[in-house]
Design a protein around this ligand. Structure first.
Ligand code: NMX
Ligand code: MLT
Length: 459
């Protein structure tokens, strides 16, 4: 047997091990899994609690804790060279084994949600049941719209979206249960209800923000017969079948990126104080809205459009190189390139590139993105300080959305936010089920570091 056959065999064995039972109810599947995972964590703690995971250096303390292992995050794991795996499955594996709307289509985000929560690959029937459950949870009270309407329509879409999520908090089941004295062993149950409600409702809130800002407030009601991704696309006003496929792929790949990224970490941190999922997720969105994190998708399209405005679509590679240097020399970053962990091209970029090659190979902005893929990495390498010169997820998403008519770049981070609810909420449920601790790392001052280092060097 050659190594290719061997790896496809081990993949299919792994997939079989990951298949769900036939039970259609996600919550009862979780109910079965939780005691097992609680025991596993207890054992890990009692048998290996004192094992060291590495040394903390002064560079790490000063440098944003890069490379410091310090969080438990069950739903996904990021390898610097290979990229993300959701519960052990890479993006191409998810595309192969997760149920799709039609044969050979992109994975349905509901299937990914099932996988994130249970670690198991759902059947088509289970995904359909979850899809219906989410559709039935999607009602948004009027005061949420009123809270958004209180803001000027010129407010950034992320401000409007996060305000809507905060207003959704009024219906928190966790807060109600906590106030009535629920036992901590049951925390996960109202957290589950809040999380599923939140995931169901964020597309409605997000679509409202879009319609309010760009389409004179004419909301499009949700269509319960559609799956999660297709319905979101529909509520935004895009009923093209390819745009629906893009939305399914988009929501699937942006959902989770292990626990240390700014939005996931913020959601987990705020949740560790037993703030309910709405409070935790709204905080996460505020982190996602920063230009070094999720807002980079907006920045990429605006930057690409500025290239076209100044130099035209047919820009040569030499001109492009000059433009990249101009951006760097003006003290700005090249948006969509670099990463805090990844050291290769982001597989989320790769699968979006494959989508473009299949569906929109002649799009001029896609061709510009392809040219940038050749031009930017050598320039960033030449700069000498960038640890990863390769493109990340945000370098590609905008041109795909733009192609199907979603041209408003300032809105793009809201789409990222809708997707990220799947990952952050899945982990929040597990945070409560496993009784994970309040997050409270130690901080020190420069005086403390000076004194510590002097003592260490004289010892
Ligand atoms: N353009 C210019 N300079 C860069 C870039 C870039 N794309 N990437 C890194 N650098 C600089 C960085 O600013 C730092 O400079 P200085 O020492 O002067 O502060 C130096 O290179 C070393 O940074 P790294 O260790 O390579 O990267 P770090 O882990 O600190 O930051 C990012 C990671 C993602 C913040 C950084 O690569 C960046 O700013 N990229 C552009 C923004 C972006 O695309 N963000 C989206 C990330 C993905 N997401 O969705 O969240
Ligand atoms: C993400 O998806 O969260 C980004 O790639 C940033 C990160 O992982 O640090």
């Amino acid at each position: 047997m050659d190594s290719g056959q061997q790896s496809s065999l081990s993949n299919s064995v792994r997939w079989l091990q990951m298949q769900s039972s036939t039970d259609l109810d996600l919550k009862s599947q979780l109910q079965e899994l939780i005691p097992e995972q609680q025991d596993r964590l207890k054992k890990l703690k009692s048998e290996h609690g004192k094992v060291q995971l590495g040394n903390i250096t002064v560079d790490m303390v000063i440098g944003g804790m890069r490379g410091m292992t310090g969080l438990l995050w069950e739903t996904s794991l990021l390898d610097p060279e290979e990229g993300i795996r959701f519960r052990g499955l890479s993006i191409p594996e998810c595309q192969k084994v997760l149920p799709a709307a039609h044969s050979g289509g992109e994975p349905l985000p509901e299937g990914l949600l099932w996988l994130l929560l249970t670690g198991k690959v759902p059947s088509k029937e289970q995904v359909e049941a979850l899809s219906k459950d989410l559709a039935n949870r999607a009602a948004v009270p009027d005061y949420v719209y009123n809270a958004i309407d209180a803001l000027p329509s010129t407010a950034h879409p992320m401000t409007q979206f996060a305000s809507g999520v905060m207003a959704l908090q009024v219906q928190s089941e966790f807060q109600k249960a906590y106030e009535s004295g629920i036992h901590k062993s049951k925390f996960w149950d109202p957290t589950y209800e809040d999380c599923l409600n939140l995931i169901a409702r964020v597309p409605v809130v997000a679509a409202y923000v879009y319609q309010r800002m760009y389409k004179n407030g004419d909301s499009i009601p949700s269509d319960k017969s559609l799956d999660y991704g297709a319905n979101f696309s529909h509520m935004l006003g895009f009923d093209d079948a390819k745009m629906k496929e893009l939305m399914r792929l988009y929501i699937t790949i942006h959902s989770d990126h292990e626990g240390g990224n700014v939005s996931a970490h913020t959601g987990h941190l705020v949740g560790s104080a037993l703030s309910d999922p709405y409070l935790s997720f709204a905080a996460a969105l505020n982190g996602l809205a920063g230009p070094l994190h999720g807002l980079a998708n907006q920045e990429v399209l605006l930057w690409i459009k500025s290239v076209v405005e100044e130099c035209g679509e047919d820009i040569s590679k030499d001109q492009l190189k000059e433009y990249v240097w101009k951006t760097l020399n003006s003290g700005k970053v090249v948006p969509g390139y670099g990463h805090g962990v990844l050291r290769k091209t982001d597989p989320r970029y790769v699968c979006q590139r494959e989508f473009a090659l299949k569906h929109l190979p002649d799009d001029p902005l896609f061709q510009l993105v392809s040219k940038l893929y050749e031009v930017v990495p050598p320039v960033l390498t030449e700069l000498g300080k960038v640890k990863n010169p390769w493109p990340n997820v945000d370098a590609h998403s905008g041109v795909l959305l733009n192609h199907y008519g979603l041209t408003e770049a300032r809105y793009y981070t809201v789409l990222f936010g809708v997707s990220r609810s799947l990952g952050i909420c899945s982990q929040l449920i597990w945070d409560r089920a496993l009784g994970l601790a309040l997050e409270r790392p130690k901080s020190v001052t420069m005086d403390w570091l000076d004194a510590y280092c002097k003592k260490a060097s004289s010892a």
